[in-house]
Ligand binder design. Structure first.
Ligand code: BG6
Length: 450
Protein backbone atom coordinates (compact mmCIF):
# COMPACT_ATOMS: atom_id res chain seq x y z
CA UNK A 1 0.00 0.00 0.00
CA UNK A 2 1.30 3.47 -0.84
CA UNK A 3 2.06 5.98 1.90
CA UNK A 4 -0.87 8.16 2.83
CA UNK A 5 -1.01 11.63 4.35
CA UNK A 6 -4.00 13.36 5.88
CA UNK A 7 -3.79 17.12 6.27
CA UNK A 8 -6.46 18.60 8.53
CA UNK A 9 -7.18 22.28 7.94
CA UNK A 10 -8.90 23.58 11.07
CA UNK A 11 -7.02 21.17 13.35
CA UNK A 12 -7.66 23.15 16.53
CA UNK A 13 -11.45 23.29 15.99
CA UNK A 14 -14.33 21.51 17.63
CA UNK A 15 -15.10 19.14 14.74
CA UNK A 16 -11.51 17.87 14.64
CA UNK A 17 -11.39 17.18 18.37
CA UNK A 18 -14.89 15.81 18.84
CA UNK A 19 -15.44 13.67 15.75
CA UNK A 20 -12.68 13.60 13.19
CA UNK A 21 -9.74 12.48 15.35
CA UNK A 22 -11.73 9.83 17.26
CA UNK A 23 -13.04 8.46 13.93
CA UNK A 24 -9.54 8.42 12.50
CA UNK A 25 -8.18 6.76 15.63
CA UNK A 26 -10.78 3.99 15.35
CA UNK A 27 -9.89 3.48 11.69
CA UNK A 28 -6.19 3.14 12.48
CA UNK A 29 -6.88 0.91 15.48
CA UNK A 30 -8.85 -1.41 13.17
CA UNK A 31 -5.69 -1.78 11.08
CA UNK A 32 -6.55 0.53 8.20
CA UNK A 33 -4.05 3.02 6.69
CA UNK A 34 -1.01 1.76 8.61
CA UNK A 35 1.74 4.35 8.99
CA UNK A 36 -0.54 7.27 8.06
CA UNK A 37 1.17 10.66 8.20
CA UNK A 38 -1.09 13.16 9.92
CA UNK A 39 -0.57 16.91 9.71
CA UNK A 40 -2.62 19.39 11.70
CA UNK A 41 -2.91 22.95 10.44
CA UNK A 42 -4.68 26.01 11.76
CA UNK A 43 -4.09 29.67 12.38
CA UNK A 44 -3.78 29.24 16.17
CA UNK A 45 -0.46 29.46 17.92
CA UNK A 46 -0.14 25.76 18.79
CA UNK A 47 2.97 23.60 18.57
CA UNK A 48 3.67 19.92 17.93
CA UNK A 49 3.45 19.07 21.64
CA UNK A 50 0.01 20.54 22.14
CA UNK A 51 -1.30 19.02 18.92
CA UNK A 52 0.17 15.59 19.73
CA UNK A 53 -1.51 15.67 23.13
CA UNK A 54 -4.86 16.30 21.40
CA UNK A 55 -4.23 13.46 18.94
CA UNK A 56 -3.12 11.02 21.69
CA UNK A 57 -6.20 11.92 23.69
CA UNK A 58 -8.51 11.16 20.80
CA UNK A 59 -6.66 8.10 19.48
CA UNK A 60 -6.16 6.19 22.73
CA UNK A 61 -3.09 3.97 23.04
CA UNK A 62 -3.58 0.99 20.71
CA UNK A 63 -0.23 0.00 19.13
CA UNK A 64 -1.67 0.63 15.64
CA UNK A 65 -2.09 4.36 16.29
CA UNK A 66 1.26 4.99 17.98
CA UNK A 67 3.35 5.66 14.88
CA UNK A 68 0.90 8.23 13.49
CA UNK A 69 0.26 9.92 16.85
CA UNK A 70 3.96 10.15 17.81
CA UNK A 71 5.06 11.57 14.47
CA UNK A 72 2.17 13.93 13.75
CA UNK A 73 3.08 17.56 13.24
CA UNK A 74 1.27 20.83 13.69
CA UNK A 75 1.95 23.69 11.31
CA UNK A 76 0.64 27.12 12.04
CA UNK A 77 -1.08 28.00 8.78
CA UNK A 78 -3.18 30.67 7.17
CA UNK A 79 -5.26 28.35 5.02
CA UNK A 80 -6.15 31.21 2.69
CA UNK A 81 -2.48 31.72 1.68
CA UNK A 82 -1.04 29.67 -1.15
CA UNK A 83 2.51 29.83 0.32
CA UNK A 84 1.33 28.37 3.62
CA UNK A 85 -0.56 25.61 1.81
CA UNK A 86 2.50 24.81 -0.31
CA UNK A 87 4.60 24.50 2.85
CA UNK A 88 2.04 22.06 4.27
CA UNK A 89 2.06 19.91 1.17
CA UNK A 90 5.86 19.86 1.35
CA UNK A 91 5.52 17.83 4.57
CA UNK A 92 3.23 15.21 2.97
CA UNK A 93 4.32 11.72 1.92
CA UNK A 94 2.67 9.59 -0.75
CA UNK A 95 -0.93 10.11 -1.56
CA UNK A 96 -2.56 13.14 0.05
CA UNK A 97 -6.03 13.88 1.41
CA UNK A 98 -6.86 17.40 2.59
CA UNK A 99 -9.73 17.66 5.08
CA UNK A 100 -11.39 21.06 5.33
CA UNK A 101 -12.67 21.12 8.91
CA UNK A 102 -13.57 24.77 8.41
CA UNK A 103 -16.65 26.99 8.12
CA UNK A 104 -18.04 27.13 4.52
CA UNK A 105 -16.72 30.63 3.76
CA UNK A 106 -13.17 29.77 4.87
CA UNK A 107 -13.31 26.47 2.96
CA UNK A 108 -14.13 28.43 -0.20
CA UNK A 109 -11.22 30.81 0.42
CA UNK A 110 -8.83 27.93 1.07
CA UNK A 111 -9.92 26.29 -2.21
CA UNK A 112 -9.30 29.56 -4.02
CA UNK A 113 -5.80 29.69 -2.56
CA UNK A 114 -5.19 26.08 -3.67
CA UNK A 115 -5.67 27.17 -7.30
CA UNK A 116 -2.17 28.66 -7.07
CA UNK A 117 -0.64 25.48 -5.66
CA UNK A 118 0.49 22.41 -7.64
CA UNK A 119 -1.47 19.64 -6.00
CA UNK A 120 0.25 16.24 -5.94
CA UNK A 121 -1.22 13.72 -8.40
CA UNK A 122 -4.20 11.91 -6.86
CA UNK A 123 -4.91 14.51 -4.13
CA UNK A 124 -8.33 14.07 -2.51
CA UNK A 125 -10.29 16.97 -1.06
CA UNK A 126 -12.57 16.18 1.85
CA UNK A 127 -15.29 18.66 2.76
CA UNK A 128 -17.57 18.73 5.71
CA UNK A 129 -21.22 19.78 5.56
CA UNK A 130 -22.68 22.35 5.16
CA UNK A 131 -21.46 22.50 1.54
CA UNK A 132 -21.78 26.22 1.01
CA UNK A 133 -24.60 28.25 2.49
CA UNK A 134 -27.15 27.85 -0.27
CA UNK A 135 -27.45 26.45 -3.81
CA UNK A 136 -25.62 29.39 -5.41
CA UNK A 137 -22.70 29.20 -2.96
CA UNK A 138 -22.62 25.40 -3.32
CA UNK A 139 -22.51 25.70 -7.13
CA UNK A 140 -19.69 28.22 -6.87
CA UNK A 141 -17.76 25.97 -4.51
CA UNK A 142 -18.33 22.97 -6.78
CA UNK A 143 -17.03 24.91 -9.78
CA UNK A 144 -13.93 25.80 -7.78
CA UNK A 145 -13.40 22.20 -6.67
CA UNK A 146 -13.76 21.00 -10.26
CA UNK A 147 -10.79 23.20 -11.20
CA UNK A 148 -8.70 21.52 -8.49
CA UNK A 149 -9.38 17.77 -8.77
CA UNK A 150 -11.79 15.46 -10.63
CA UNK A 151 -15.21 14.95 -9.03
CA UNK A 152 -14.46 11.39 -7.89
CA UNK A 153 -11.67 12.77 -5.70
CA UNK A 154 -13.94 15.26 -3.96
CA UNK A 155 -15.38 13.67 -0.82
CA UNK A 156 -18.27 15.71 0.57
CA UNK A 157 -18.70 13.79 3.77
CA UNK A 158 -22.00 13.47 5.55
CA UNK A 159 -21.28 11.34 8.59
CA UNK A 160 -24.88 10.05 8.67
CA UNK A 161 -23.97 8.07 5.56
CA UNK A 162 -21.34 6.33 7.70
CA UNK A 163 -23.79 5.38 10.46
CA UNK A 164 -24.30 1.64 10.52
CA UNK A 165 -28.10 1.78 10.82
CA UNK A 166 -28.37 4.26 8.00
CA UNK A 167 -26.39 1.89 5.83
CA UNK A 168 -28.58 -0.95 7.09
CA UNK A 169 -31.47 0.65 5.21
CA UNK A 170 -29.89 -0.70 2.04
CA UNK A 171 -29.68 -4.28 3.30
CA UNK A 172 -33.13 -4.11 4.81
CA UNK A 173 -34.71 -2.88 1.60
CA UNK A 174 -32.77 -4.64 -1.08
CA UNK A 175 -31.68 -7.97 0.43
CA UNK A 176 -35.14 -9.11 1.56
CA UNK A 177 -38.31 -9.98 -0.19
CA UNK A 178 -40.73 -9.07 2.57
CA UNK A 179 -40.48 -5.29 2.95
CA UNK A 180 -39.58 -3.83 -0.42
CA UNK A 181 -42.78 -4.75 -2.33
CA UNK A 182 -44.78 -2.84 0.29
CA UNK A 183 -42.73 0.33 0.13
CA UNK A 184 -44.80 2.45 -2.23
CA UNK A 185 -47.83 4.69 -2.40
CA UNK A 186 -50.25 1.76 -2.60
CA UNK A 187 -49.31 0.59 0.88
CA UNK A 188 -47.56 3.42 2.70
CA UNK A 189 -49.50 6.21 4.40
CA UNK A 190 -46.54 8.37 5.46
CA UNK A 191 -42.83 8.35 6.19
CA UNK A 192 -41.17 10.25 9.03
CA UNK A 193 -37.46 10.82 9.49
CA UNK A 194 -36.99 12.29 12.93
CA UNK A 195 -33.84 13.27 14.81
CA UNK A 196 -34.91 14.86 18.09
CA UNK A 197 -31.92 15.51 20.33
CA UNK A 198 -31.76 16.12 24.05
CA UNK A 199 -28.50 18.02 23.51
CA UNK A 200 -28.73 21.79 23.45
CA UNK A 201 -26.21 24.15 21.88
CA UNK A 202 -23.04 22.57 23.35
CA UNK A 203 -21.00 25.77 22.96
CA UNK A 204 -21.42 25.76 19.19
CA UNK A 205 -23.14 29.13 18.82
CA UNK A 206 -20.45 30.39 16.40
CA UNK A 207 -21.54 27.78 13.87
CA UNK A 208 -25.09 26.91 14.85
CA UNK A 209 -26.52 30.40 15.18
CA UNK A 210 -25.76 30.90 11.46
CA UNK A 211 -26.94 27.46 10.39
CA UNK A 212 -30.07 26.58 12.39
CA UNK A 213 -31.80 23.21 12.50
CA UNK A 214 -32.99 23.22 8.89
CA UNK A 215 -29.48 23.53 7.40
CA UNK A 216 -27.72 21.68 10.21
CA UNK A 217 -29.86 18.54 10.00
CA UNK A 218 -32.63 18.52 7.40
CA UNK A 219 -30.92 19.97 4.33
CA UNK A 220 -27.99 17.66 4.97
CA UNK A 221 -28.36 14.47 7.00
CA UNK A 222 -32.10 13.84 6.85
CA UNK A 223 -32.35 14.36 3.10
CA UNK A 224 -29.54 11.83 2.68
CA UNK A 225 -31.55 9.33 4.73
CA UNK A 226 -34.59 10.10 2.61
CA UNK A 227 -32.44 9.37 -0.44
CA UNK A 228 -31.68 5.86 0.87
CA UNK A 229 -35.24 5.17 2.00
CA UNK A 230 -36.87 6.26 -1.24
CA UNK A 231 -34.30 5.33 -3.93
CA UNK A 232 -34.84 2.60 -6.50
CA UNK A 233 -32.64 -0.49 -6.16
CA UNK A 234 -29.11 0.12 -7.42
CA UNK A 235 -27.74 -2.85 -9.35
CA UNK A 236 -24.45 -2.54 -7.44
CA UNK A 237 -23.21 -0.62 -4.45
CA UNK A 238 -20.59 1.18 -6.44
CA UNK A 239 -20.15 4.91 -6.48
CA UNK A 240 -21.61 5.95 -9.84
CA UNK A 241 -24.65 3.71 -9.67
CA UNK A 242 -25.44 4.34 -6.01
CA UNK A 243 -25.08 8.09 -6.31
CA UNK A 244 -27.20 8.16 -9.47
CA UNK A 245 -30.07 6.39 -7.72
CA UNK A 246 -29.85 8.74 -4.71
CA UNK A 247 -29.71 11.76 -6.96
CA UNK A 248 -32.77 10.56 -8.97
CA UNK A 249 -34.92 10.55 -5.88
CA UNK A 250 -33.67 13.87 -4.53
CA UNK A 251 -34.34 15.51 -7.89
CA UNK A 252 -37.97 14.44 -7.45
CA UNK A 253 -38.21 15.81 -3.88
CA UNK A 254 -39.88 19.17 -3.12
CA UNK A 255 -41.76 20.86 -0.26
CA UNK A 256 -45.22 19.30 0.04
CA UNK A 257 -47.11 22.52 -0.62
CA UNK A 258 -46.42 25.77 -2.48
CA UNK A 259 -47.20 27.52 0.78
CA UNK A 260 -44.27 26.95 3.17
CA UNK A 261 -46.52 27.90 6.11
CA UNK A 262 -48.47 24.69 5.47
CA UNK A 263 -45.54 22.33 5.24
CA UNK A 264 -42.80 23.78 7.44
CA UNK A 265 -42.37 24.71 11.05
CA UNK A 266 -39.61 26.58 12.86
CA UNK A 267 -39.22 27.05 16.59
CA UNK A 268 -36.58 27.73 19.21
CA UNK A 269 -36.31 26.62 22.79
CA UNK A 270 -36.92 28.75 25.82
CA UNK A 271 -35.69 28.01 29.33
CA UNK A 272 -36.64 24.63 30.73
CA UNK A 273 -35.50 21.54 32.53
CA UNK A 274 -34.11 18.50 30.87
CA UNK A 275 -32.77 15.40 32.59
CA UNK A 276 -32.47 17.26 35.90
CA UNK A 277 -30.49 20.09 34.26
CA UNK A 278 -31.73 23.65 33.89
CA UNK A 279 -31.35 25.03 30.39
CA UNK A 280 -31.43 28.72 29.68
CA UNK A 281 -33.32 30.02 26.72
CA UNK A 282 -31.55 29.64 23.33
CA UNK A 283 -31.78 33.41 22.89
CA UNK A 284 -29.74 33.90 26.10
CA UNK A 285 -26.96 31.42 25.21
CA UNK A 286 -23.52 33.03 24.93
CA UNK A 287 -22.70 33.90 21.32
CA UNK A 288 -26.31 33.82 20.11
CA UNK A 289 -27.79 36.85 18.40
CA UNK A 290 -31.47 36.56 19.33
CA UNK A 291 -32.48 38.91 16.52
CA UNK A 292 -31.18 36.47 13.94
CA UNK A 293 -34.19 34.32 14.79
CA UNK A 294 -32.30 31.03 14.37
CA UNK A 295 -34.50 27.97 14.77
CA UNK A 296 -33.45 25.11 17.03
CA UNK A 297 -36.27 22.89 15.79
CA UNK A 298 -37.32 22.53 12.17
CA UNK A 299 -39.89 20.41 10.46
CA UNK A 300 -40.48 20.10 6.74
CA UNK A 301 -42.95 17.90 4.93
CA UNK A 302 -41.79 16.96 1.46
CA UNK A 303 -43.25 15.13 -1.51
CA UNK A 304 -41.24 12.68 -3.58
CA UNK A 305 -42.69 12.92 -7.06
CA UNK A 306 -41.80 9.50 -8.38
CA UNK A 307 -44.20 6.84 -9.62
CA UNK A 308 -43.49 4.88 -6.44
CA UNK A 309 -43.91 7.66 -3.88
CA UNK A 310 -46.24 10.30 -5.38
CA UNK A 311 -48.84 11.26 -2.78
CA UNK A 312 -46.94 9.98 0.28
CA UNK A 313 -45.89 12.75 2.70
CA UNK A 314 -42.35 12.50 4.12
CA UNK A 315 -41.98 14.41 7.38
CA UNK A 316 -38.39 15.50 8.16
CA UNK A 317 -37.88 16.83 11.66
CA UNK A 318 -35.01 17.65 13.97
CA UNK A 319 -34.62 19.75 17.06
CA UNK A 320 -32.38 20.45 20.04
CA UNK A 321 -33.10 20.39 23.79
CA UNK A 322 -36.10 18.13 23.35
CA UNK A 323 -37.39 15.81 26.03
CA UNK A 324 -38.18 12.94 23.68
CA UNK A 325 -34.78 11.94 22.17
CA UNK A 326 -36.44 10.25 19.25
CA UNK A 327 -34.09 9.31 16.41
CA UNK A 328 -35.75 7.11 13.86
CA UNK A 329 -37.30 6.65 10.46
CA UNK A 330 -40.88 5.44 10.68
CA UNK A 331 -42.80 4.03 7.76
CA UNK A 332 -46.52 3.97 8.57
CA UNK A 333 -48.61 1.63 6.43
CA UNK A 334 -52.19 2.17 5.33
CA UNK A 335 -54.90 0.32 7.20
CA UNK A 336 -55.91 -3.04 5.73
CA UNK A 337 -58.72 -2.64 3.18
CA UNK A 338 -61.17 -4.42 5.45
CA UNK A 339 -60.98 -6.09 8.83
CA UNK A 340 -63.48 -8.99 9.19
CA UNK A 341 -66.52 -8.19 11.29
CA UNK A 342 -65.97 -9.51 14.77
CA UNK A 343 -62.25 -8.68 15.01
CA UNK A 344 -62.06 -5.68 17.26
CA UNK A 345 -59.54 -3.16 18.50
CA UNK A 346 -57.45 -2.90 15.35
CA UNK A 347 -56.85 0.81 15.22
CA UNK A 348 -53.07 0.91 15.24
CA UNK A 349 -51.52 1.01 11.77
CA UNK A 350 -48.60 -1.27 10.96
CA UNK A 351 -45.26 0.45 11.24
CA UNK A 352 -41.68 -0.27 10.27
CA UNK A 353 -39.31 1.68 12.52
CA UNK A 354 -35.59 2.07 11.92
CA UNK A 355 -33.89 3.49 15.00
CA UNK A 356 -30.69 5.54 14.65
CA UNK A 357 -29.44 5.33 18.20
CA UNK A 358 -29.93 3.00 19.78
CA UNK A 359 -29.61 1.10 16.51
CA UNK A 360 -32.77 -0.89 16.20
CA UNK A 361 -35.30 -2.24 13.76
CA UNK A 362 -38.90 -2.81 14.81
CA UNK A 363 -42.12 -3.83 13.13
CA UNK A 364 -45.41 -2.96 14.87
CA UNK A 365 -48.46 -4.92 13.85
CA UNK A 366 -51.69 -6.41 15.20
CA UNK A 367 -52.33 -9.97 16.24
CA UNK A 368 -54.98 -12.02 18.04
CA UNK A 369 -53.14 -11.82 21.32
CA UNK A 370 -53.27 -14.12 24.31
CA UNK A 371 -56.56 -12.81 25.74
CA UNK A 372 -59.89 -12.67 23.98
CA UNK A 373 -59.11 -14.10 20.50
CA UNK A 374 -61.46 -11.61 18.83
CA UNK A 375 -59.76 -8.57 20.31
CA UNK A 376 -56.59 -7.64 18.49
CA UNK A 377 -53.44 -6.76 20.41
CA UNK A 378 -50.61 -4.62 19.09
CA UNK A 379 -47.22 -6.38 19.12
CA UNK A 380 -43.71 -5.40 18.13
CA UNK A 381 -41.02 -7.56 16.60
CA UNK A 382 -37.71 -5.87 17.28
CA UNK A 383 -34.02 -6.45 16.71
CA UNK A 384 -31.35 -4.41 18.45
CA UNK A 385 -27.99 -4.03 16.69
CA UNK A 386 -24.70 -3.18 18.23
CA UNK A 387 -22.80 -0.28 16.81
CA UNK A 388 -20.90 -0.75 13.55
CA UNK A 389 -17.21 -1.75 13.69
CA UNK A 390 -16.23 1.81 12.87
CA UNK A 391 -17.78 5.05 14.11
CA UNK A 392 -19.41 7.11 11.31
CA UNK A 393 -16.35 9.33 10.78
CA UNK A 394 -14.14 6.24 10.62
CA UNK A 395 -16.43 4.79 7.97
CA UNK A 396 -16.47 7.89 5.78
CA UNK A 397 -12.68 8.32 6.14
CA UNK A 398 -12.19 4.73 5.05
CA UNK A 399 -13.94 5.69 1.79
CA UNK A 400 -11.51 8.60 1.39
CA UNK A 401 -8.36 6.51 1.91
CA UNK A 402 -9.68 3.72 -0.31
CA UNK A 403 -10.54 6.25 -3.03
CA UNK A 404 -14.15 5.15 -2.93
CA UNK A 405 -16.61 8.07 -3.11
CA UNK A 406 -19.73 5.87 -2.70
CA UNK A 407 -20.57 7.41 0.67
CA UNK A 408 -19.75 10.93 -0.32
CA UNK A 409 -22.31 13.44 -1.59
CA UNK A 410 -21.91 14.22 -5.28
CA UNK A 411 -21.75 17.84 -6.51
CA UNK A 412 -25.22 17.87 -8.12
CA UNK A 413 -26.81 16.30 -5.04
CA UNK A 414 -25.17 18.83 -2.71
CA UNK A 415 -26.70 21.64 -4.77
CA UNK A 416 -30.04 19.87 -5.12
CA UNK A 417 -30.44 19.48 -1.36
CA UNK A 418 -30.15 23.26 -0.97
CA UNK A 419 -32.69 23.83 -3.73
CA UNK A 420 -35.19 21.58 -1.97
CA UNK A 421 -35.17 23.71 1.18
CA UNK A 422 -34.71 27.15 -0.40
CA UNK A 423 -38.41 28.01 -0.95
CA UNK A 424 -38.80 27.39 2.77
CA UNK A 425 -35.79 29.40 3.93
CA UNK A 426 -36.92 32.28 1.71
CA UNK A 427 -40.40 32.23 3.26
CA UNK A 428 -38.87 32.07 6.74
CA UNK A 429 -36.62 35.01 6.01
CA UNK A 430 -39.62 36.98 4.72
CA UNK A 431 -41.40 36.28 8.02
CA UNK A 432 -44.15 34.21 6.33
CA UNK A 433 -43.77 31.37 8.85
CA UNK A 434 -43.71 32.49 12.51
CA UNK A 435 -40.85 31.44 14.78
CA UNK A 436 -42.54 29.44 17.51
CA UNK A 437 -41.19 28.65 20.96
CA UNK A 438 -40.99 25.49 23.07
CA UNK A 439 -39.63 24.98 26.57
CA UNK A 440 -36.38 22.97 26.71
CA UNK A 441 -37.27 19.45 27.81
CA UNK A 442 -40.69 19.44 26.13
CA UNK A 443 -41.59 17.49 22.97
CA UNK A 444 -41.75 20.68 20.90
CA UNK A 445 -44.43 21.57 18.36
CA UNK A 446 -45.18 19.46 15.30
CA UNK A 447 -47.17 19.80 12.07
CA UNK A 448 -50.22 17.70 11.26
CA UNK A 449 -49.50 15.28 8.43
CA UNK A 450 -51.53 16.05 5.28
C1 BG6 B 1 -24.07 17.15 13.30
C2 BG6 B 1 -24.85 18.38 13.66
O1 BG6 B 1 -23.78 17.15 11.93
O2 BG6 B 1 -24.84 15.99 13.63
C3 BG6 B 1 -25.19 18.37 15.15
O3 BG6 B 1 -24.08 19.53 13.35
C4 BG6 B 1 -25.90 17.10 15.52
O4 BG6 B 1 -25.96 19.50 15.49
C5 BG6 B 1 -25.11 15.88 15.03
O5 BG6 B 1 -26.01 17.05 16.93
C6 BG6 B 1 -25.89 14.60 15.25
O6 BG6 B 1 -25.14 13.51 14.87
P1 BG6 B 1 -24.64 12.42 15.91
O7 BG6 B 1 -24.00 11.41 15.05
O8 BG6 B 1 -23.72 13.12 16.84
O9 BG6 B 1 -25.85 11.95 16.62
Amino acid sequence: MTDQTLIILGATGDLTGRLLLPGLGALLTAGHVPGLTLIGAAVDDWDDTRWRARVHDAFGDAPAVAETADRTRYLRTDVTHADDLRRLLGEARGSVAIFFALPPAVTAEACRALLDVDLPEGTRLVLEKPFGTGSAAAAELNALLARLVPEERVHRVDHFLGKSTVLNILGLRFANRIFEPLLDNTHVESVEIVFDEDLALENRAGYYDHAGALADMIQSHLLQILGLLAMEAPFALEAAEFRDRKSDVLRATRPWSDDPAECSLRARYTAGELGGRQFSSYADEPGVDPDRGTETLAELIVAVDTWRWAGVPFRLRSGKALGSRRKEAVITFKKPPRVPDGLRGCDQPDRLRIGFGPDRLAVDFNINGPGDPFVLDPVTLAAEFGEGDLPPYGEVLRGVFEDDPTLSVRADTAERCWRIVEPVTEAWRAGKVPLREYPAGSCGPTLPLP
